[in-house]
Design a protein around this ligand. Structure first.
Ligand code: PLP
Length: 270
């Protein structure tokens, strides 16, 4: 699993008894050198990765890294679970990892939660013929039947001409928000690990010396729910990083909190 990664996936895998090993997420995707080193020592069954505008770092996997990951999966016989839920929010078309594969190693997963509505609970998996029956069986076992009503609403939304216009406007608004929120964070001394051009997330380190617990409490009191880096880690180790969701960063509360959380605050108790 890339590290940091989307927390509910980590929880889900842990609940299923999966042993997680973290692969650092770099500016251009999962660290393929670290993965290659791991493969020399251990056999892995699968790699979970969020290709485009990753949650939580905002980074996008480059074509070079994408090809390398698929080569490693084919050479070492492991599956790649490609979560590409943010692909339609990217300003330019990003080639999914599945496109580098011959349909045997990559399971491409996405949904309409970020573009139409999370409450419809409609998503999709693209798999090769070999995994098709197993995926259908698992889907039937875990959800019995999905909601036809939700699927019809989704179909209606996806097939109307307005959908393309909606996507363009969503991308433009998100890209603009990204830049404004980056400016606000930088102006308040936040160090940004990456500088994504779009997408929902930013991964930053606050200038304050206060503990993570203290900052989290202070933020909450100021009306801001901060997402601490440790919840995105495969092993839950302490992390100085925080995830910022740009869609919730522009109502003034965050800027006010950041301005008040100056360096030199006495270290608090967790
Ligand atoms: C990386 C990632 N994968 C999956 C999901 C969940 O998607 P869905 O609502 O379609 O289950 C999210 C939601 O935020 C996400 O950020």
């Amino acid at each position: 699993v890339e590290d940091p990664a989307y927390p509910p996936i980590l929880e889900l895998l842990r609940a299923r008894g999966v042993r997680l090993v973290g692969i650092p997420r770099l500016d251009d995707g999962p660290d393929t050198e670290a993965l290659a080193r791991l493969l020399k020592r251990r056999r892995i069954r699968a790699l979970y990765t969020n290709t485009t505008l990753q949650n939580p770092t905002g980074t996008t996997t480059s074509a070079t890294v994408g090809r390398h990951l698929v080569d490693l999966a084919q050479a070492h016989h492991f599956a790649i679970i490609e979560d590409d839920i943010f692909s339609e929010l990217a300003p330019e078309k990003i080639t999914p990892l599945a496109a580098y594969d011959d349909g045997t190693h990559v399971l491409h997963v996405s949904s309409i939660s970020k573009t139409i509505a999370p409450s419809l609970r409609v998503g999709y998996v693209l798999v090769g013929k070999a995994q098709h029956a197993a995926v259908i069986r698992l889907k039937t076992l875990s959800a019995l039947a999905s909601s036809e009503l939700s699927e019809r609403i989704t179909y209606g939304a996806l097939t109307q001409p307005l959908y393309r216009r909606h996507l363009s406007s969503l991308r433009r608004r998100l890209g603009d928000s990204q830049q404004r929120v980056q400016d606000t964070l930088l102006a308040n001394g936040v160090e940004l690990a990456h500088r994504p051009t779009s997408g929902m997330f930013l991964w930053g380190r606050l200038p304050s010396q206060a503990s993570v617990g203290r900052l989290w409490q202070d933020a909450l009191q100021a009306g801001v729910l901060l997402a601490p880096g440790e919840s995105f880690r495969t092993d839950g180790r302490a992390s100085p990083w925080w995830r910022f969701n740009v869609a919730h960063c522009e109502d003034g509360a965050l800027a006010k909190f950041l301005a008040s959380a100056r360096p030199g605050d006495p270290p608090g108790l967790d």
